[in-house]
Design a protein around this ligand. Structure first.
Ligand code: SF4
Length: 282
């Protein structure tokens, strides 16, 4: 029987739980329910919602074509123009943007009246695209240390720097340090979500103590992939799986002590399944 340590922070964060609960609640309402983009990056949960009739709208064109029903705006948040589009088309919507993401929208909305905005994050991520949609001035996205090193500030321009909520805290600090050396008037707001920091810190700590680390998450989930990166830095034998059936531990040798964590969009039942298997069967 392997010694197993499961992270207390593994699985749904507050913002994702709120969005998923709302989607399941509305799926029982009997009306036409849509989500703009999958409500979370987890195929299993999205599949269950689909069985209950919840349809996913993947593009703005699909959203614009909706004539009736209710659209759920997920925890990642959306651009201002998406809300304007729904309102001008008279379509009901339920906005379950996580309050921590909404806070960033409010910051950039206000600060972009007088400053250019720098967002530290992945420009392809819907959360970052949503944040960009609330900026009124020139906006820059810095995805890594190399981008920060290449960034050329404009003389006389003030900046406001925010971060994607799921960005790695250590990398954020490195980027801020580089930018601080070349920008003079920059308002830096650390908007990394507390849930993410705690999640990452606990994963790092557990990975540094165990022989084998398992990160459970959907391949499309950026916070899960970041947890994997963090754990692999501490523990060479780190596995990234979506569900128990992906787990291929080396046969014949003992895996030693095992740590388990999971991305913010991984349902509890999947975590428990992996935990029970590792604890009882290997
Ligand atoms: S990670 Fe944080 S910001 Fe993102 S949805 Fe969860 S609670 Fe909200």
């Amino acid at each position: 029987m392997a010694k197993v340590i499961t992270a207390k922070t593994a699985g749904f964060c507050f913002g994702v739980k709120r969005a998923v609960d709302k989607a399941f609640e509305l799926s029982e309402s009997g009306g036409e329910i849509y989500t703009f983009g999958p409500v979370i990056h987890n195929d299993e949960v999205v599949g269950k919602l689909k069985e209950k009739g919840v349809k996913v709208l993947n593009t703005e064109e699909e959203l614009a074509a909706v004539k009736s029903g209710t659209v759920i705006l997920r925890s990642h948040g959306v651009s201002r123009h998406i809300i304007e589009l729904l309102e001008s088309n008279g379509i009901d919507y339920v906005d379950v943007t996580c309050p921590f993401v909404k806070r960033i929208h409010d910051i950039v909305d206000k600060e972009s009246l007088t400053r250019q905005i720098i967002i530290v994050g992945n420009p392809d991520h819907p959360e970052v695209q949503g944040i960009m949609g609330w900026c009124r001035s020139k906006t820059h996205v810095i995805r890594d240390v190399a981008d920060a090193a290449d960034f050329k500030g404009e003389e006389g321009v003030s900046y406001c720097l925010v971060s994607q909520t799921t960005f790695n805290y250590k990398k954020f600090e490195e980027i801020v340090e580089i930018l601080n050396e070349k920008l003079y008037n920059t308002l830096i707001v650390n908007t990394i979500c507390n849930a993410t920091e705690k999640h990452q810190a606990e994963a790092r700590e557990i990975a540094s103590m165990v022989d084998t680390m398992i990160v459970i998450g959907d391949v499309k989930s950026s916070n899960s992939r970041k947890l994997f990166e963090i754990c692999r830095e501490q523990c060479d034998q780190t596995y990234f799986i979506q569900t128990l059936k992906d787990l291929r531990l080396p046969g014949g040798t003992s895996v030693g002590s095992v740590g388990i964590t999971a991305g913010a969009s991984t349902p509890n039942n999947i975590i428990e399944e992996v935990q029970n298997y590792v604890r009882d069967d290997i």
